[in-house]
Design a binder for this molecule. Structure first.
Ligand code: ATP
Length: 348
């Protein structure tokens, strides 16, 4: 299913939760809505679902395969929904939870008991929980419960899958496993999917395209690579990870200083390199203040020699770190590995 959101504006009383949102969702893609808390992600998802209405004061349209569904009820939109705390029915087994949507269909459309059973068994295989049929929700882990919730949403063969922080309540390791699993499953099923998340890593890892939202407005839409490497503005670059800010004069060594005095450069930690203090290409001299060794990369925090309040963050591989023998208290130079994509115009 192709979805188009056109000039959508949503008010809650006086408060404008969404402002002129335009979005085309391609059939079969996994689109992530990424933004800080309160930015309007859930509101947009709920409007697409039909859980939030387009009232008289609101504007815009939501089209499913070119048909305006803005006034359609949720049950006529063919949608599967999974929330962060999607309470499964406590008194029903895993099997009955998944079968629920199939059992409540009008008699004309309802499958036979045998067909329902077969379908649930297939779904259990898909979510890798075959053998769990007669367990109750309280006998499952959080991750298993969310997989059952997903199977339940998929049972009625929706045209669109809407996921609102489905792994938000789970611990980091389970989340990472489940999102990889979700991506594979979504690719296999080819179902148009919208995932709400405030976790940039999650969005960048699973989505075909990422929509960065801030204060009810879209800041940027692009592939994970585009939004990460070619962020359109300061909000996007800041939201997608740590960033260092430099003034043009620090980087450009007085070349064109007159034109570029107010320019700023935003450079990610892995695009900086710690070098010898005498290195010709060093743009800054700094002191190593803190080293974090745990994690896939070594994070080195430095402070400017001439301004101790200014902090620079550099990330490097463990190999590079041990090669350079960097220690807390060292006086070093910092050089940029790459500048191109993070050059900004004046006034940012
Ligand atoms: N029913 C409502 N009535 C009034 N204001 C609301 C309502 N629902 C949401 N809002 C407000 O709209 C804004 C956007 O909320 P929304 O839930 O869409 O944000 P979000 O980006 O999903 O945030 P989070 O990540 O915290 O869930 C918030 O400021 C919220 O307080």
């Amino acid at each position: 299913m192709k979805i188009e959101v056109k000039e959508l504006t949503k008010y809650f009383g006086e408060f404008k939760a969404l402002e002129n949102v335009n979005l085309d969702i391609v059939e079969g893609e996994l689109l992530a809505l990424l933004g800080p808390s309160g930015s309007g992600k859930t509101t947009l998802l709920r409007m697409i679902a039909g859980l939030e209405t387009v009232d008289n004061i609101d504007k815009g349209e939501i089209l499913f395969n070119n048909i305006d569904v803005s006034k359609k009820d949720i049950k006529d939109r063919d949608i599967g929904f999974v929330f962060q705390h999607y309470a499964l029915f406590r008194h029903m087994t895993v099997f009955e939870n998944i079968a629920f949507g199939l059992r409540i269909k009008p008699k004309k459309e309802r499958l036979s008991n045998r067909e329902i059973e077969q379908k649930v068994i297939n779904l259990l295989k898909l979510i890798q929980l075959d053998g769990f049929t007669s367990r109750f929700p309280w006998q499952l882990s959080g991750g298993q419960r969310q997989r059952v919730a997903l199977a339940r949403a998929l049972a009625v063969e929706p045209k669109v899958l809407l996921l609102d922080e489905p792994f938000g309540a789970l611990d980091a390791k389970v989340r990472a496993d489940l999102r990889r699993w979700l991506k594979e499953l979504q690719e296999e099923l080819g179902i148009t999917t919208i995932l709400v998340t405030h976790d940039q890593e999650e969005a960048l890892e699973v989505a075909n395209r990422v929509v960065v939202i801030n204060r009810g407005k879209i800041e940027q839409i692009g592939t994970p690579e585009e939004v990460f490497h070619n962020p359109k503005n300061e909000f996007v670059i800041n939201f997608l990870g740590n960033v260092n800010l430099f003034h043009a004069r620090e980087i450009e060594n007085s070349a064109n200083l007159e034109d570029t005095q107010d320019n700023k450069y935003l450079i990610r930690p892995h695009e900086l390199e710690v070098v010898n203090i005498n290195d010709d290409e060093a743009i800054i001299h700094a002191k190593v203040k803190y080293i974090q060794l745990a994690g896939s990369f070594v994070k080195v925090e430095l402070i400017y020699l001439n301004d101790e309040k200014r902090v620079i963050l550099v990330e490097m591989s463990h190999y590079e770190f041990s090669d350079k023998n960097i220690k807390k208290g060292d006086i070093v130079g910092v050089r940029t590995r790459k500048l191109r994509s993070f050059e900004y115009g004046a006034g940012i």
